[in-house]
Write a protein that binds this ligand. Sequence first.
Ligand code: NAP
Length: 274
Amino acid sequence: MKLLVTGGSGFLGSELVRQARAAGWDVAATYRTRPVTGAVPLDVTDEAAVEALVARLRPAVVVHTAYVLSGDALWPVTAEGAAAVARACARHGARLVHLSSDLVFDGGRGGYREADPPGPVIPYGEAKAAAERLVAAACPGALVVRTSLLLDGAGLGPQELRPLAAARGELEMGFFSDELRSPVSVRDLATAVLEAAPRAELAGPLHLAGADTVDRYELARLVCLRHGVDPAPLRATLAAGLPDPRPLDCSLDSSRAAALLTTRLRGIREVLAA
Ligand SMILES: NC(=O)c1ccc[n+]([C@@H]2O[C@H](COP(=O)([O-])OP(=O)(O)OC[C@H]3O[C@@H](n4cnc5c(N)ncnc54)[C@H](OP(=O)(O)O)[C@@H]3O)[C@@H](O)[C@H]2O)c1
């Protein structure tokens, strides 16, 4: 089966490419600024380029991971770029798996299920929520995977480098003890996405996040302990009361995925203890 991964140079995208190739998929991937062997350049803000690539490759499945988190490109890339990918998938009959985020929710209560309405409170969450709406409108059969903080577990992903640097005194930052998330292993997530990808009956939102809810300070401590670094220097801070409000509890309930998929999404305590 032919698979196209947008953002193949990214943390999740590169893991998807690795696992899909190992499983025998015919895999194509894209990058924007960090060239990857075998991947092709693509800027999703260039809709003609998105259309041309999908028309040329004719993938059966597109997994859209490409995005930016902030800045002037936030809306053009994260919201409108997702819509361009969805329109190209619809035109060429490709199955779309769109990667979304726990931060589409307002964080008021946590334990969010697929039927809960998005209510983003930060610009990134607004762009991802808009992307979900645009994707659903252009490509109603698309699967929209909402996930949480991505960790490598054994190695060092972006979410692991910062706590280690802070604990070693190389980075001055605090970690929110009142912001709750459902971190997930990037490997578990990629396996689950590839299991769900060919199953066209799975459409709309699906939560694929880790089984443990932890605050960001506890997560930082767990990362340090996993890598043999003393977590004592880590500083806990509060997100509540910051001038720019943050969603406090965006933990996701992934029980629907547990019932639908064989891939187990481990809790982050288990991932980091392994
Ligand atoms: N990381 C997390 O903790 C987390 C949490 C929840 C949800 N998610 C979701 O998971 C997905 C993957 O996240 P990630 O952490 O793996 O991302 P990442 O490592 O930051 O990679 C982002 C990818 O997007 C590409 N990209 C950026 N701008 C682009 C553009 N204009 N056109 C085409 N491609 C562009 C980048 O290409 P270059 O690097 O080559 O420039 C890169 O391959 C995202 O959709 C994100 O919203 C992530």
